[in-house]
Design a protein around this ligand. Sequence first.
Ligand SMILES: Nc1ncnc2c1ncn2[C@@H]1O[C@H](COP(=O)(O)OP(=O)(O)OP(=O)(O)O)[C@@H](O)[C@H]1O
Ligand SMILES: [Mg+2]
Length: 306
Amino acid sequence: MTLLAESLLPLPLLRRGKVREVYEVDTRHLLLVASDRVSAFDVVLREPIPHKGAVLTQISAFWFERLSNVFPSHFITADVAQIVDRVPSLRAHVGQMAGRVMLVRRTEPVLFECVVRGYLTGSAWAEYKKSGTLAGEALQSGLRESDRLDPPVFSPATKADTGHDENVTFDRVAAGLGPTLAGRVRDASFALYQAGRDHAATRGIIIADTKFEFGTDLDGTVRLIDEVLTPDSSRFWPADRYQPGRAQPSFDKQPLRDYLSEFRGDGRWNGEAPPPSLPPEVVEATSLRYLEAYRRLTGRELGAAS
Ligand SMILES: Nc1ncnc2c1ncn2[C@@H]1O[C@H](COP(=O)(O)OP(=O)(O)OP(=O)(O)O)[C@@H](O)[C@H]1O
Ligand SMILES: [Mg+2]
């Protein structure tokens, strides 16, 4: 296994996100690389988390395959040998690619994040507490923090390049995309979330909410893009600890959050970069959580190579 804070591949780098790098393969294809970086409270930590990049990529690959009957996606392959066959210039770099790369169809991304919420938490709980609404629409009264929402709620946000995404109403999305495309991505989001939530529930994981992205490929087909139903794009909660009326522990990031909260609580960290450095036991505990999320969701062990 190669621990990787940052990939460096011989392709044009289009974007370096908090966690992933996006490379251009050609006009129709991109290579997504999940590093082992981890973020908490919106800050990227200095220490990479062993296996995290591979877990993220393999969880996405699992869902893209499993959900292909629900909606078309950008997924082509996450198999390094196949990718190297198609992009021979990568052959000398397989060490940093193992398990963490995905070849995808390039699209023109839809400029809204399609968030679906199945439980009332985070910014949705904050909005509900303040005004009794979610995504600008009235919601039944008397709900508690972390209560399950049936049916789930579509709660889109703008895709901000910098800073925080802004929650918007469905009408804003319809005005931006036209009612047909807006309706399609909303309906696809519901169907994908429902299928994901149902599967995860049988494996002891609550997917409380998630963010989908969509894009239109060169042939005009609308596809699910980016990562899907991963711990980085969703809130994963351990089902056996679920207790409405309070915030829930995170399946993957709780050791990290607990550690950082202590620093914030006693004034040793102001919540902004640079974050405190992580001791090895916190790195290890976080790594084990990611591996466990992969094992539970997929029923498989992560390949030895990653
Ligand atoms: N098939 C695709 N076609 C075009 N763009 C894509 C495709 N798949 C993913 N993307 C884009 O790649 C980018 C991934 O970078 P992003 O900044 O989200 O990385 P990240 O590591 O997830 O960071 P962050 O935590 O800040 O979201 C996103 O802007 C996403 O829209
Ligand atoms: Mg992202």
